[in-house]
Structure formats: C-alpha cells, structure tokens
Design a protein around this ligand. Structure first.
Ligand SMILES: [Zn+2]
Length: 348
C-alpha cells in the first residue's frame, strides 16, 4: 500500500512525503503509537518511496516499478525481497538479539545496491534486548548518509532512553471509527459487521481484523439479551450466567468488552435520548438498551461502567481469575438500582 492509500495519519504521511521531496529525512525515526494502526504500513510505503526511481507528482512512490513491487509485497515477519530494505524483527525467540544487529551493522557501511538510500526497519524496536540496543546505539548516532532507520514501537517507554533521544519522534494516533470501518470494508467485511467491528476496535484496524471473527463479539447481542433478561437482584441467575459466560474462561475479557460498550451506550442514551451516532449497538436502542436505561438511570449506569473498568483493570493488573471476576461483576451489575453503596465489591 502506498503512502497516499494508507488509512488515516494524514499529517504523518504528508510530513514524510515533504521531507523526502526536500531531502530532509531524518536519519533515524521512531514511529510510536498504538498496536495495529498502520505504523508498519507507513514504514513500508516510505521505504518504497525512498527506493522508487519514478515517484509520482504527488510525491509518492509509483507503486508499479520492480522496486516498489518487491518492497510493497513485504509482509510482517518476513524478509523483504529488496536488497536495500532490511526489516529486523524477532526470529525464533521473542527478542531481537545482538547477533541480528551485528549482521545488520556488517552490511550498512557498504553503499546500497540498487536504491539511493537504504532503509532499515526495526519492528518492534522494543524487542531488542539491551545488548542489541547498545550495539545499535553508535550507528544510530552517526549512520552512513545512505542509510536511514525506522524504529517501530507501541511501547516507546520500553526503549533505552539513549535510543529514543537519537531518533526523530513520529507519533501515530488512533484511527477514527469510520477509518477502521473503511479498512474492514476494504478487507471484504460486510457493512453491518464492519460498523460494529470498528466500534469495538478502539481505533486500531489491526485489532478490528483480529477480532472480526471473534465468537464472543459475534454473540454479543445474545450475551446482552441474557444479561438483561436476568430479574434485577436475582443473584442466583446472575451467578449461573457468569458461569456460562466464563466458559471457556479465556473469553472473559471479550465478554467484559461487550458489557462495557453496552453500558456505555446506555449511559449516552440516558443523557441524550436522541444519541445514535456514537453508539456501538444502535440496533438495540428500542429493545435492550431502552430496558436498561429505564431500569437504571444515569447515576446507576455510571456506577456500573466504573465497575466494569475496575474489573478489567483488576484482571490484568492483579491476575484475578476471570470466572471470579465475572461472578462478582454480574451480581453487582444486575442488582436493582439504589443498592450501589451496599454492594461493596469495589476492590480498591
Ligand atoms: Zn516505484
């Protein structure tokens, strides 16, 4: 995919194009931002532009020459088919090792073979172990003029500060829901599924694509229907439902995500009944959402949203088992309103 065709990140893409046109590209750049928003795609497209002999009038790579074709066909985790684009990623283990960096450093004193500039991409850069990162430092400080580095990470704080300080920071934000939706449509996902997938993906096309076939998200409406059907205060039914939804137990995080979006929708509706645009479940407005809004009201909904996010946090930070978390959460979520103070389950 060319720079001009990439979803979102317009400021970044235009900035890179104009730096290329004016020959002021920084020798080392750090692409940081959330997982799955397109940092790798931008790095690949920019590497193609650096090597393309026939850039377009808009300042992008042509996309059709042999050089572009070999670079743009690269897939994450593979080596590129262009000798002047080197893509460094963890191989057999989870880290980029010093031997890989040494191999790289053995190549870059030599001029590029075909292109004017060689591009080295390190992804994810935070997987370099300390030895590997230290080996890279010196070169990052004074690389040969014919080599430029692009380090990619979603965890910039995990990099050595000495590495960070030698790079030009280029930040990637989250995509808009409409952009994720467009990306899903382009990947062949149907309109309704794309809309809902985008709403659940937190601005990451990568996350959206990963989750699109997620069985829990596909069953979201059914799960919500069962929750709303529990008679408020019927703790036995709430516990039974929790046991059902926590099987298999690795799906609990997705169940929480579904609940979070649903209660958020309910809160938005309770504040503004005409709200439709920002909802994840607009198709449930006249059914499940209406029931819950009438049953609970704004105050109780706010409390329930906090319960869900607290539960999510407790599960990740304190490793509380999913089944237990979901039981406690559902008993509190499905209690009648007005008992918020009494259900002292918030674990602070
Ligand atoms: Zn080209």
């Amino acid at each position: 995919m060319l720079l001009d065709d990439i979803l979102g990140h317009e400021r970044v893409r235009e900035g890179l194009k104009s730096a290329a046109a004016s020959d002021t590209v920084h020798h080392a750049m750090l692409f940081s931002g959330p997982e799955g928003v397109g940092k790798g795609a931008v790095a690949r497209a920019f590497a193609a532009l650096a090597a393309c002999p026939n850039p377009t009038a808009s300042g992008d790579a042509c996309g059709t020459c042999r050089s572009c074709e070999r670079i743009l066909s690269h897939r994450p985790g593979e080596e590129t088919r262009h000798p002047d684009v080197l893509w460094l990623s963890p191989q057999s283990s989870a880290v980029i090792k010093i031997a890989q960096v040494r191999d790289l450093l053995g190549i870059i004193p030599y001029p590029p073979l075909e292109a004017r500039v060689r591009t080295v991409v390190i992804e994810p850069a935070d997987t370099m172990n300390v030895e590997a990162a230290n080996a890279l430092l010196k070169t990052l400080e004074e690389p040969p003029s014919s080599t430029r580095f692009i380090l990619i990470t979603s965890r910039p704080d995990a990099l050595l500060s000495t590495i960070r300080s030698r790079c030009q920071a280029i930040h990637f934000g989250r995509l808009a829901d409409e952009e994720v939706e467009r990306g899903l449509r382009a990947a062949g996902v149907g309109p309704e599924q794309a809309r809902r997938g985008a709403a659940l993906a937190d601005g990451s096309l990568g996350v959206a694509l990963e989750r699109i076939d997620d069985p829990v998200l596909a069953r979201g409406d059914e799960i919500l229907g069962r929750c709303v059907a529990v008679r408020p205060g019927d703790a036995t039914a709430a516990l039974q439902l929790a046991a059902d939804l926590a099987d298999p137990k690795d799906q609990v995080p997705q169940v929480l995500e579904v609940l979070l979006r649903f209660y958020r929708d309910a809160l938005l509706l309770s504040v503004d009944a005409s709200e439709r645009v920002r909802l994840t479940h607009p198709h449930l407005v006249d059914t499940l959402l209406k029931t819950v809004v009438e049953r609970l009201g704004t105050e109780a909904l706010l409390y329930r949203l906090a319960l869900i996010t607290d539960t999510q946090r407790a599960m990740t930070s304190r490793n509380i088992p999913g089944v237990l978390s979901l039981e406690r959460l559902l008993v509190a979520l499905l209690a009648p309103p007005g008992r918020e103070g009494a259900t002292a389950i918030r674990d602070r």
